[in-house]
Design a protein around this ligand. Structure first.
Ligand code: GAL
Length: 374
């Protein structure tokens, strides 16, 4: 009798545990953002998606980023691009590896290469998800400076690697009709170090390192990348299928070493936030604005305010995430790198405040989406 009773209670306990497991009930739900702290996914593991980018589709956000491993080796791509999904931006479900590095050492994305800052956009014409990233070939340090592209039929992947290359070989920048000749790059007599790098790389294509991609309201997509030995940012138009460059591009803030670009648009104005160039160490963020994607892009200073603003609170920009369904709701997303133990890198998410067309970012220990009005 007693044994039967115990057997029954044990059965009930097992059933309850299984049901809790299936429903996710009992797992700590995240209810706020805590910049710089560990951020557990649905399995309780710190999210592993560094240098990330986001895609929003039909009520779901997807987060793509560099999967890092422990130690210094984690700065190289030993696994690939990790994907997570979320309905509320606080709680993220592990969707696994969206793009795997290759075991074939001759492959462009061979295991141990450097594959950074992946960003995914959806192409309505081809119905493909297109992932762009910064690629450095295995064993070549940061010398390859290529853009890589992969595609998938599903947001979460698996993505198939397509190609990697230096963009826009043989192409001169696009200039507004009003641009004076003196401001145009002259490869017979380069006027600056940066112009010199541009001219050197003209035949083979421009260097492409830190990057983002941005889709405008008209469906045109742009690739923004640190070029010319990181001295200049290029903003380049992608082909209608988003898997190549059209050859039309501009150079932004020539010679000033901008990295980590993140683009967004509000009320018809284009905004870009980036960083300076100090490797894994943090520096002051910088922002730019423009009324046309083709510029001119105006340098507007440091958007960060208060203590820690000179080092972006220890982080470096990677994306600006628009919150779906809310007006003027944009989240500044940055990485706090930990190169000695790459997997431990943290995420800094902070709300962007608008003062007219100016932007401001302030540190918060924790915050919720209700900081945004509607
Ligand atoms: C940073 C860059 C990172 C990574 C790092 C390597 O400046 O933003 O994406 O490339 O340098 O040192």
């Amino acid at each position: 009798m007693i044994t039967a009773y115990f057997k029954q209670t044990r059965l009930v306990a097992i059933l309850v545990a299984v049901l809790m497991g299936i429903s996710g009930y009992g797992k700590a739900q995240q209810k706020e953002f805590k910049p710089g702290q560990l951020w557990p996914d649905d399995k309780g593991v710190h999210i592993n998606a560094h240098g990330g980018g986001f895609l929003y589709q039909k009520g779901t956000y997807y987060w793509f980023g560099e999967h890092k491993i422990a130690g210094g080796a984690g700065n190289r791509a030993m696994v690939g691009v990790h994907c997570y999904s979320s309905k509320d931006l606080y709680n993220w479900k592990d969707e696994g590896i969206a793009l795997n590095v290759s075991d074939d050492l001759a492959n462009d994305i061979a295991k141990g290469c450097i594959l950074e800052r992946p960003k995914v956009i959806y192409n309505k014409l081809t119905k493909k998800y297109v992932m762009w990233f910064h690629l450095e070939l295995l064993g070549k340090g940061y010398s390859a400076a290529r853009a890589g592209v992969a595609t998938s039929d599903k947001a979460t992947g698996p993505y198939t690697f397509v190609k990697s290359y230096r963009p826009n070989p043989g192409q001169m920048p696009f200039y507004a009709v009003t641009t004076p000749e003196s401001e145009k790059v002259n490869c017979t007599n380069p006027a600056s170090k940066s112009d010199g790098f541009f001219c050197r790389d003209l035949p083979g294509g421009q260097m492409a390192r830190d990057m983002t991609v941005f889709v405008d309201d008209d469906g045109k997509a742009y690739h923004v990348f640190s070029s010319e030995e990181n001295f200049t940012l290029d903003l380049a138009e992608l082909t209608p299928d988003y898997t190549g460059h059209t050859g039309k591009f501009i150079r932004i803030y020539v010679g000033h070493q901008t990295e980590a670009p993140a683009l967004f648009k509000r009320n018809g104005i284009y905004y870009m936030i980036g960083s300076g160039c100090t490797g894994w160490d943090p520096n002051a963020a910088r922002w730019f604005s423009a009324t046309s994607i083709w510029g001119p892009w105006t340098y507007r200073g440091n958007p960060c305010k208060g203590p820690g603003s000179e080092t972006t609170y220890g982080g470096q920009s990677t994306y600006v995430l628009p919150v779906a369904g809310k007006k003027d709701a944009f989240i500044f997303v940055a990485d706090k790198w930990t190169p000695k133990d790459a997997i431990d890198g943290r995420y800094l998410w902070l709300p962007i405040a608008f003062k007219g067309d100016d932007i401001e970012i302030n540190w918060l220990d924790s915050w919720k989406l209700d900081v945004f009005k509607k």
